[in-house]
Design a protein around this ligand. Sequence first.
Ligand code: FES
Length: 110
Amino acid sequence: MGVSYIPVARIGELSAGAMKEVDLGGRQVLVTFTEGQYFAFSRQCPHEDADLKEAGQLVNVNGTQMIRCNNHSYCFDIKTGDCTLPKGGVPLTVLPTEARGEEICIRLEW
Ligand code: FES
């Protein structure tokens, strides 16, 4: 198994709640910083493909960081990708992030 780290932001680059667009080999990803943690997930809502850069809103529900797609109000846990509203909906693709030196990287395994 191999591991690659793809730098996507510098530590301190993103203000709280900001969402940065990243092109990951043709796949559009959003990187965000909220409540002291970095998250990366698909820019495309898995429901009906809304652009989460425009339609997505970070919300905290009972201590869990979510992104709500304002197109139809679906909610996704940005750590696990689980669709929590409606429960059991198609999950959001999330990618693990890791601080390496001064950079935030997406960790890809194959
Ligand atoms: S397109 Fe995102 S909830 Fe429908």
